[in-house]
Design a protein around this ligand. Structure first.
Ligand code: ATP
Ligand code: MG
Length: 422
């Protein structure tokens, strides 16, 4: 016997029992995007490898060790997108919708990273990403934060907190980088493997380490917030004022640096303690330099991405996902004529009552076995149509969830009955 083929490690099916949870979350997200007047953009899941190495940065975790890169049949190096921002910028430049325009965009879909799979960390995962272009001021940073804060409220989440920081201008950060390297060099033999590797290439990322042994070294490091350029400092102050006024609590975390190279000025994360080490459910910030870096005209930009698997499991664990929609009617048919008439009736019921979910039995069987299926389907009522009922122009309505006697309803009164029943 041949061996069954399984899905790829870290890449999961979403089975019917769970799709309604995804659909619920998606509907809340889409509505939120609409209310804020953000427009959807859809990009391919495969891009030129250079797009990611040039934007995310050669010495980031993603580019160094997480990308799914392969050669196309014509020899081009392609990569399954590990995130959406770079693709979004590429698409924006290519189509000319960024230059001299204000854009509020969003996308949703799978991302791919070759990480060690564990709870909250997968090799195919899903993000909704939000990106804005053409707005240099902190108001838009605040809008992004406010729309996520409101989203948590709508979803009923209370255990998420906001961390913010400013990375300053690219120049200020380059200067700070030198200071940080000088400081860390004194602890060279105490740095863990990851940090040693990053000491010269990406020292800021060391501040973001999750290794507790490194904390005392990091505590003493010079603070980026004390070395910000004046413009970034004012930008950050105004952002904090807007958040204060909007009653959004935040914690300024000077060690929040984000893993990707393109961020500047504002960065933020929404974090929960409920998901163990994989506690960041939303992360974003400003990336004013990226559009120009990828060949477009200088365009200010800011955005965020939400990890949907993490958000969903947080909601699920807290019992915050509404039950899936159940069928209203299960149509049972008994007899040769009824099997034919039943299909027409189901069709008619759906046309006359577009809000009702009607499930047809479709596969004969005794009354008992059909009612068992009706019960398993979680439908509210069974409508029974037999050859005898057809002659009398009636149906039998059996209540499946309530302790009520079954009743007969004349066929020509069925719609009225169903309207009142709902
Ligand atoms: P982390 O520090 O958890 O690795 P990250 O900084 O790599 O996160 P981003 O690139 O900012 O993550 O992606 C935004 C969000 O996407 C994360 O906050 C997280 O919710 C989600 N995410 C990132 N990588 C994964 C993954 N491998 N599996 C599931 N969700 C992920
Ligand atoms: Mg990561």
């Amino acid at each position: 016997m041949s061996k069954n083929i399984k899905s790829i490690r870290g890449m999961h099916d979403v089975l019917p029992a769970d799709t309604s949870k995804w659909q619920y979350l998606e509907s809340v997200l889409f509505a939120q995007m609409r209310r804020y007047s953000y427009h959807e953009i859809r990009m391919p899941v495969v891009e030129s490898t250079a797009l990611f190495s040039r934007s995310i940065g050669e010495v980031t975790d993603i580019v160094e060790k997480e990308m799914y890169t392969f050669e196309d049949r014509n020899g081009d190096s392609l990569t399954l997108r590990p995130e959406g921002t770079a693709s979004c910028v590429r698409a924006g430049i290519q189509s000319g919708i960024l230059h001299n325009q204000l854009q509020r965009l969003w996308y949703m879909g799978p991302m791919f990273r070759h990480e060690r799979p564990q709870k909250g960390r997968y090799r195919q995962f899903h993000q909704i990403g939000v990106e804005t272009y053409g707005m240099p001021n902190p108001e838009i940073d605040a809008e992004l934060i406010i729309m996520t804060a409101e989203l948590w409220k709508q979803l009923g989440l209370t255990d998420v907190r906001l961390e913010i920081n400013s990375l300053g201008s690219n120049e200020a950060r380059a200067q700070y980088k030198e200071m940080l390297i000088a400081y860390l060099e004194a602890y060279k033999d105490q740095l863990d493997e990851d940090s040693s590797r990053r000491l010269y290439s990406n020292p800021l990322r060391i501040l973001d380490t999750k290794n507790p042994d490194m904390m005392s070294i990091i505590k003493g490091a010079p603070k980026l917030s004390e070395h910000l350029d004046e413009e970034s400092r004012q930008h950050f102050e105004k952002l904090k004022k807007i958040l204060d006024r909007a009653d959004i609590a935040y914690n300024v975390n000077p060690n929040l640096v984000r893993g990707l190279d393109y961020y500047c000025k504002t960065v933020f994360e929404w974090v929960t303690d409920k998901l163990g080490a994989q506690g960041t459910i939303c992360a974003g910030g400003r990336y004013d330099g990226l559009v120009a870096q990828l060949g477009g005209r200088d365009t200010p930009a800011a955005g965020f991405a939400i990890g949907l698997e993490r958000l969903l499991s947080l909601l699920d664990d807290a019992g915050l996902i509404p039950e899936a929609v159940r069928p209203d009617i299960y149509l049972v048919t008994l007899g040769d004529v009824a099997e034919i008439e039943g299909m027409a009736l189901a069709c008619q019921l759906r046309t006359d009552n577009p809000d009702l979910v009607v499930l047809s039995n479709c596969s004969a069987g005794s009354l008992k076995s059909q009612l068992k299926k009706a019960d398993n389907s979680a439908a509210n009522i069974a409508i029974i149509l037999g050859d005898e009922e057809i002659e009398k122009k009636i149906v039998i309505v059996k209540y499946l969830r309530e302790k009520k006697e079954q009743i007969t309803v004349p066929l020509n009164e069925l719609n009225t009955f169903l309207k009142n029943y709902k």
